[in-house]
Design a protein around this ligand. Sequence first.
Ligand SMILES: NC(=O)c1ccc[n+]([C@@H]2O[C@H](COP(=O)([O-])OP(=O)(O)OC[C@H]3O[C@@H](n4cnc5c(N)ncnc54)[C@H](O)[C@@H]3O)[C@@H](O)[C@H]2O)c1
Length: 354
Amino acid sequence: MQDIVLKTPTVESVIHCGAGTFEKYSQNLKGRRLFVITDDTVNELYAGLIASTFGKVDKFVFPAGEESKTPQTLLNILNRMLEAGIKRNDTVVAFGGGVVGDIAGLAASLYMRGVCLVQIPTTLLAQVDSSVGGKTAVDLNGVKNVLGTFYQPEEVIADPLFFKTLTVREMRCGLGEIVKYGALNKNVYDKLLINENNLFSLDFLEEIVYDCVAHKADVVTKDEHDLTGLRKSLNLGHTTGHALELKYGGLSHGEYVLIGAYYELYIAQNLNICGGQYSENLKKLILRVLDEVPAFDGLESVGEVALHDKKNSDGLISLVVPKSEGEWTEVKIEKKKYISALTECAQKIRENKW
Ligand SMILES: NC(=O)c1ccc[n+]([C@@H]2O[C@H](COP(=O)([O-])OP(=O)(O)OC[C@H]3O[C@@H](n4cnc5c(N)ncnc54)[C@H](O)[C@@H]3O)[C@@H](O)[C@H]2O)c1
């Protein structure tokens, strides 16, 4: 068990990482009035644990999945909090994956101008990424994360106990983000390479969650509100991944982040930013997590979607790409060049040359 402290000018958020943290730190919540938010899949698996740990608490359960990440779910939660008589000094507990964490965080930040928030992330992705850093959101009219706030949880309890019930796909989703950290942080990269045949093991995941969270906490401490460009680095692989996800669908977000990183690595190599053994190692790691990287057809419209990414400026597509171990850079590329590089990459994948 290890703690990481994320300090911002306004708050201090403590992230408890490791086996046993749930049992230990959930005890501290017992004296408080809690409002637990979760989804129906998690509730089915962990209602017994929630009840035996926290006793009889107010609980809001919504249908699992991104489709629930809407203003309507948010309003339903806020209404229920009001009906239940939740007060300013009560605590919202987000018990679930990234969808639960994002909505519950937003609800906690809005209700009575902010009540205390504790995140108990139950997916690998939520532990390494979404529960840390204070970004909250719901989608609006199908556009992702448009309504949101920055609101730091007081505590995050990241216990690998919950990984035992995750599907392989959900594990891949989290590993996608972990490989992303590997492209940003040398320590994570080294550990990924050493454990390349062991990526799904619980012991390895427990250790690497801590390293990824430490990296994210450091970035968020320096650029909490995404103002200096540093926090943008955490979007490595996301511009292309998200654009491919919108166009082709069918796979999970984390899988698309990795696929995006694979295509963007090709672009970085073509621009002589990244290459040699380092680039080969990153490709290898991506392929350890995914069974294969698809060779997409009809990539023209993906350029249009990527151009509308909120990180862009000057009519150019902005990509965060790996440079060398622990080093990254931002590339700004014209849509035409971007589409032609993606198309070339797909062709090389088809020919087994990338
Ligand atoms: N706030 C941020 O900084 C940030 C960062 C990255 C992603 N996100 C958001 O996170 C969301 C994705 O998160 P996610 O991948 O955790 O998705 P999710 O919350 O939808 O969880 C994925 C699935 O796993 C199930 N699940 C959760 N815990 C489980 C467990 N222990 N055992 C079995 N099943 C379990 C859920 O019910 C769901 O069906 C997206 O909405 C994304 O926008 C936010």
